[in-house]
Ligand binder design. Structure first.
Ligand SMILES: Nc1ncnc2c1ncn2[C@@H]1O[C@H](COP(=O)(O)OP(=O)(O)OP(=O)(O)O)[C@@H](O)[C@H]1O
Length: 334
C-alpha cells in the first residue's frame, strides 16, 4: 500500500473569465505528492504550471476564476478553507517561493522584522525569540553575517541573498509543502545553482514535499524526484525524473528535450519547439499537441488522450504511443 500522500490534486480544472471568453488554463490535472518528494512541473510558457501552483496555494483571483476538482494537502480540503484556517494554511502548512523576491518581501520592513513576524504569527513566542529563530533561518540558508543582515532592508541585499532571505521566510514557519515557481530564474547561473542546492538540502533535511516549476530541464534533473510535463493545461507525461528525462514517451517531451539539447549545443539556454501551443480560449477537440506532432494520425484529433501507465516507464497521454516507441527504437538502432 502506498503511504498517505502529502498532497493530492484530482481532476483540477481552472478557467479564467476574460473579455475574449474563458481561458482554459488547467484541464483535468491530477497528481499525488508523497511527503519528502520533489515533483517538477515542466513545459513551455503558458502551459499552466504557475496556475496549478497558485491553485495549490489558493492564490487565484477568486472573482474571475472557476475552479473545479479537488486539492487536499496534509488532510485539508484546500478549496473549503476560510479566514483563519486559510491564513494558517498559507505559510503554515504550505509556503511559496517566488521567482521575484519582491512578491514576498516587503520593501519597508527589515528582513528580521519580516521573518520574525511570520514566525510569531504561525508559531507564537516572543519577539526576541522570533528574532533569534529568524537569525538561525538566515544561517540555515547560508546568508553570511546573518545577525547583521536581520537589520537590512530587502534592497540592501544582493539578488542571491534576497532569494535566500525569501527561502528563509518561506521555511521559517515549518511548512510541510513548499511550492517554488522558477525560484532562481532571475539569478545568474552560478548563484542559481547555489540557491537551488540550499533549497534542496533543506527540503531533504526537513522532510518537506515540494512542487517545483521550472523551464530548465537541467534544474529539473538536478533536484526533482518525479516530473510532470504539461502542455496546454494538461499533464501529458508523468514519471520518475529518470524515466521522463532519459526515456521520454510523449512526442512533446521528446521535442522539448531535443530542443533543449540543441539549444545547449548552440550556447542558448532557452529554446523553443517549432510551432506554437493552441489558443487556451479555443482548445481543439482531440490531442492539443496534434498540430505540432510528427506522429499525428486521424485518431489524434477525435478525442483527448488520457494518461496511460506503462510498466517501468512514465505514464503518457498519447494515442500513438506504440508508433512513437517504434520510431524511437528505430532511431536508436539507426
Ligand atoms: N489571472 C489570469 N487571467 C486570465 N488568464 C490567466 C490568468 N493567469 C494566467 N492566465 C493564463 O493561463 C495560462 C497559463 O498560465 P501560467 O502562468 O500557469 O503558465 P506557465 O506555464 O506558468 O507559464 P510561464 O512559464 O510563462 O510562467 C496562460 O495562457 C495565462 O495567460
Amino acid at each position: 500500500m502506498s503511504p498517505q500522500p502529502l498532497a493530492s490534486v484530482r481532476d483540477l480544472n481552472v478557467r479564467f473569465r476574460s473579455p475574449r471568453g474563458e481561458v482554459c488554463a488547467v484541464n483535468g490535472v491530477s497528481f499525488e505528492l508523497q511527503p519528502g518528494e520533489v515533483l517538477g512541473l515542466i513545459g513551455e510558457s503558458g502551459c499552466g504550471k504557475s496556475v496549478t501552483l497558485r491553485a495549490l496555494m489558493r492564490l487565484l483571483p477568486e472573482q474571475r476564476t472557476v475552479m473545479t476538482g479537488g486539492i487536499t494537502v496534509d488532510g485539508q480540503d484546500v478549496a473549503s478553507l476560510k479566514n483563519r484556517a486559510l491564513s494558517a494554511y498559507r505559510g503554515g502548512t504550505t509556503a511559496m517561493v517566488f521567482q521575484d523576491p519582491g512578491l514576498a518581501l516587503d520593501p519597508v520592513y527589515t528582513i528580521g522584522q519580516q521573518i520574525g513576524e511570520a514566525i510569531q504569527r504561525h508559531r507564537g513566542g516572543s519577539r526576541a525569540q522570533a528574532r533569534v529563530q529568524a537569525q538561525q533561518w538566515l544561517e540555515q540558508v547560508k546568508v553570511p553575517s546573518a545577525r547583521a543582515r536581520l537589520d537590512n532592508y530587502p534592497h540592501e541585499l544582493s539578488g542571491g541573498m534576497r532569494q535566500r532571505a525569501m527561502i528563509a521566510l518561506a521555511l521559517s514557519c515549518g511548512p510541510k509543502l513548499v511550492l517554488a515557481d522558477e525560484p532562481t530564474t532571475a539569478l545568474d547561473a552560478t548563484v542559481q545553482m547555489q540557491v537551488l542546492l540550499i533549497l534542496r538540502e533543506l527540503q531533504q533535511r526537513l522532510g518537506m514535499g515540494a512542487v517545483f516549476v521550472t523551464h530548465d530541464l537541467g534544474v529539473a534533473a538536478e533536484i526533482c524526484d518525479r516530473i510532470a510535463v504539461m502542455y496546454a493545461g494538461r499533464i501529458v507525461e508523468i514519471g520518475s525524473a529518470e524515466e521522463v528525462l532519459l526515456h521520454p514517451q510523449h512526442p512533446y517531451t521528446q521535442g522539448l528535450l531535443a530542443a533543449t539539447l540543441h539549444g545547449s549545443m548552440r550556447g542558448t539556454r532557452r529554446t523553443g519547439l517549432p510551432g506554437a501551443p493552441p489558443d487556451l480560449l479555443a482548445l481543439p477537440a482531440g490531442c492539443a499537441f496534434a498540430a505540432r506532432c510528427a506522429h499525428v494520425s486521424s485518431d489524434c484529433v477525435k478525442a483527448v488522450p488520457e494518461l496511460r501507465s506503462q510498466p517501468g516507464l512514465s505514464a503518457a497521454a498519447c494515442w500513438r504511443l506504440g508508433a512513437v516507441q517504434n520510431a524511437t527504437a528505430a532511431g536508436a538502432g539507426a
